[in-house]
Ligand binder design. Structure first.
Ligand SMILES: *Cc1c(COP(=O)(O)O)cnc(C)c1O
Length: 339
């Protein structure tokens, strides 16, 4: 964390990475740094951690690069100008960004009341031109779950498309689709990142996980040495320190509860979250509160511009002491604001 600010606007790990990662980075030699990285061992380690075969895992330069690979793959399957990608709003902003970069048309599904998952409307939006469907579990920014079976139904209804289930927050949700599903749904791909729970956001490392043939096709969309040697060394060390991950997840779970309790005390609407963040509706005061918090050195995300999120702030739930700092500041600001 930047020493003088509390960063609660990117859903980063507010504790930093495991000390084991720092130690491992210190062991990098001049020779290591001068050599192109080898991904075999660490890929096997990630695969074992996820319970799949090594050939089902593609390491990426942050999950963002995995999203880019999926978008590229989408426009290369037939005439690119016909490609349509589907997302359910509100969702992670990078989907729209990558659709734009590769020149695909984006079909946006409007939110349901209370951000329920619009399964019927996603199914109805699928056409022969659909090449990518973006799903997120739990969703960012709402924290809401993808209902059981929804991803498989969508993947079966759109065999011409890659169905991404972005599981950036799986560590906090304690659930994953990874497993036998890839045999039944070879067009379903799960995205994971080591940025959030493991605290490696600055090193950029994530993974796509899926059917061996699908992962091989996605591999052809990205450069061969896409993840650097420091990220590989860090990832290897991070995977050895489950104690750290479990500690951090427990902090985030407690923080999410503390934010929920604060909202209930204050009569604010919030959506129960399975991630390391909570979406809270503060109404017209959203931009003012964001500014007031920033003036106190606390950064939060005003999501007002996102569909269905008018007047909503997304608060990162990290280390409990940081959350307490946030709640104290919020109490203070709410008490002093006339609006
Ligand atoms: C943070 C986030 C990512 C990006 O992860 P990186 O590994 O940092 O690129 C992807 N998807 C969602 C939903 C996220 O919130």
């Amino acid at each position: 964390m930047t020493a003088d600010r509390l960063r609660l606007h990117f859903n980063e790990n507010t504790a930093g990475c495991s000390p084991a990662v720092i130690e491992a980075l210190r062991t990098l030699t001049a020779c290591d740094i001068a050599s192109y990285p080898d991904y075999e061992d660490v890929t096997a380690k990630v695969a074992a951690w996820l319970g799949v075969a090594g050939a089902q895992v593609l390491l990426t330069n942050g999950l963002d690069e995995g999203l880019y690979a999926i978008a590229q793959h989408g426009v290369r399957r037939g005439p690119g100008s016909d490609a349509r990608f589907i997302q359910t709003d509100p969702t992670f902003e990078m989907f729209e960004e990558f659709a734009r970069i590769v020149g695909a048309g984006l079909v946006r599904i409007d939110p349901e009341p209370d951000f329920g998952f619009p399964l019927e409307r996603v199914l109805a939006a699928i056409t022969a031109h659909t090449r990518v469907i973006y799903l997120v579990d739990p969703n960012n920014p709402t924290g809401r779950p993808l209902p059981a079976g929804a991803a498989e139904s969508i993947a079966s209804a759109a065999p011409q498309a890659i169905v991404l289930v972005d599981e950036a927050y799986a560590d906090f949700a304690g659930r994953t689709l990874i497993g036998q599903v890839f045999e039944r749904c070879p067009n379903l791909v799960v995205g994971r990142t080591f940025a959030k729970g493991h605290g490696l956001a600055g090193l950029r490392v994530g993974a796509l996980v899926g059917h061996t043939a699908t992962v091989a096709a996605l591999r052809r969309m990205i450069p061969p040495f896409n993840v650097n040697v420091a990220a590989i060394r860090a990832l290897d060390a991070a995977l050895t320190d489950d104690t750290y991950l479990h500690w951090y997840v427990a902090q985030a779970v407690e923080s999410r509860r503390a934010i929920a309790a604060f909202c209930e005390r204050r009569g604010l609407t919030y959506w129960p979250s399975a991630g390391n963040f909570v979406l809270v509706r503060v109404g017209d005061r959203a931009s003012g509160i964001t500014r007031d918090l920033a003036a106190r050195g606390i950064d939060v995300r005003d999501k007002s511009a996102a569909p269905g999120c008018a007047g909503c702030l997304r608060l990162t739930a990290g280390v409990i002491a940081h959350t307490e700092q946030l709640i104290t500041a919020l109490e203070d600001i709410l008490a002093s604001r006339t609006n």
